[in-house]
Write a protein that binds this ligand. Structure first.
Ligand code: PLP
Length: 411
């Protein structure tokens, strides 16, 4: 990745995130757990307050003013998301509760429609559990098989194996765009191109990419793309499934209830058109509306700018961590988002995490919901430092200095 000098005002950006001023022990929080969830800019917090204080009303149902306002705002976020990821149509944007639900939706609905006994789903070894377990559950129901696509020691997918793993039984390829555990950016465009040569669709888990990279689902030619609002500076409990019309049209509803029907009778029920066919029950409309503000916020800064600044942070952090004797970095691909996963000698990662917490530093420790990946390396877990565009080199300096103190205490 080429780096351009950062031209945004980092102090202004930090001021937009009130939580960054939080002092738990001695100094403002150093938040390096952005892979788990990102912090929220004031505009997102204000939007939630505004809608609950003055505008709340259930959508798609009533003719009264506030219901119309909320319906309009909710549906305009669909347009925002469509533009943000460059989908061809608004109806290809389905709101879900997050990446996990988006993947479960496809596993259930696509699975019941297209997967039969003996079929295979190819799933990469780099996956979060939420892009493994739904496929295992589906495979059990359909008497199909989940086939693992291995990675190498750098934490990169074995592209040399891909062609041989795809056969006439393969019904779907599932992989993440960016690995949450290692930060590897996977060559999804290339994977999709190869899979499509054999007419096999591809689902991309974008949970760790959407906040770091410019995503264009048409350029990627992705069949499905899933992400969570809370990882892109929006609220929890809201997410997106992008699906190409041709698949979503052919797939049966995933959940039944209000809003997803055209006509209901005990004799025969017909379903709503896309995207409502997949949005049963009261939608999480206020969180969706706040997600729209989060997207507008980062769109204004620009994802290319964000990617370039975060890449600088990545190189800076890795360079410094490598100077600590006993630190081993996992995930050494040349293509990485701003995540550094490491161990220190044979110290338990959670001991490091707990001690760093006393220095007002938040990192994630453990398997990062990627146990098969950890098993590959023969470890139980790592310390994961996952950065965002509101982090700074000064925070990295403080982190490294604190880590050195922690390591010498442990020695
Ligand atoms: N996929 C990846 C790569 C993730 O990092 C995560 C969460 O950390 C998920 C899926 C699940 O996201 P959520 O819990 O928001 O549904």
């Amino acid at each position: 990745m080429t780096t351009k000098p950062c031209t945004f005002d980092i102090e202004q950006i930090r001021a937009d995130f009130p939580i960054l001023k939080t002092v738990k022990y001695k100094r403002p929080l150093v938040y390096f757990d952005n892979g788990a969830t990102t912090q929220k800019p004031q505009i997102v917090i204000d939007t939630l307050m505004e809608y609950y204080s003055t505008k709340n009303s259930n959508i798609h149902r009533a003719v009264h003013y506030m219901s119309q306002v909320c319906t309009h705002s909710y549906e305009s976020v669909r347009k925002t998301v469509k533009q943000f990821i460059n989908a061809a149509y608004e109806h290809e944007i389905v709101f879900t509760s997050g990446t996990t639900e988006s993947i479960n939706l496809v596993a259930n609905s696509f699975g019941s429609r297209f997967v039969v006994e003996g079929d295979e789903i190819l799933v990469s070894q780099l996956e979060h559990h939420s892009n493994i377990v739904p496929w295992q559950l589906m495979a059990e129901r359909q008497n199909a098989k989940v086939v693992m696509w291995p990675m190498n020691d750098k934490g990169e997918l074995r592209m040399d194996l891909l062609d041989g793993l795809l056969n006439e039984k393969t019904k779907l390829v599932c992989l993440n765009h960016v690995s949450n555990a290692l930060g590897t950016i996977n060559p999804v465009e290339e994977v999709i191109r190869i899979a499509h040569q054999k007419n096999i669709p591809v689902l991309v888990d974008g949970a760790q990419a959407i906040q770091h990279l410019k995503v264009d689902v048409q350029a990627l030619d992705a069949d499905f793309y899933a992400f969570s609002g809370h990882k892109i500076y929006g609220p929890t409990g809201i997410g997106v499934l992008y699906g190409k019309s041709k698949w979503l049209e052919a797939m049966p509803p995933y959940k039944g209830g209000g809003d997803m029907v055209k006509k209901v009778s005990f004799e025969k029920t017909t379903y709503a058109d896309l995207p409502l066919k997949f949005e049963a029950g009261t939608a999480n409309y206020i969180d969706a509306i706040a997600l729209g503000e989060a997207i507008n916020y980062i769109d204004k800064i620009g994802l290319e700018q964000i990617a370039s600044y975060e890449h600088e942070l990545l190189l800076y952090a890795e360079k410094q961590l490598k100077t600590i004797d006993g630190v081993r970095i996992f995930g050494t691909s040349d293509h990485k988002a701003a995540t550094v996963s490491f161990t220190y000698k044979n110290t338990h990662p959670s001991d490091l995490g707990e001690m760093l917490d006393k220095f007002d530093i938040a990192v994630r420790t453990g398997s990062h919901c990627a146990q098969p990946l950890m098993a590959y390396f023969g470890i139980g877990g790592t310390v994961r430092m996952s950065m965002s565009f509101y982090n700074t080199k000064e925070e990295i300096d403080y982190f490294v200095a604190s880590l050195k103190k922690v390591c010498s205490m442990l020695d």
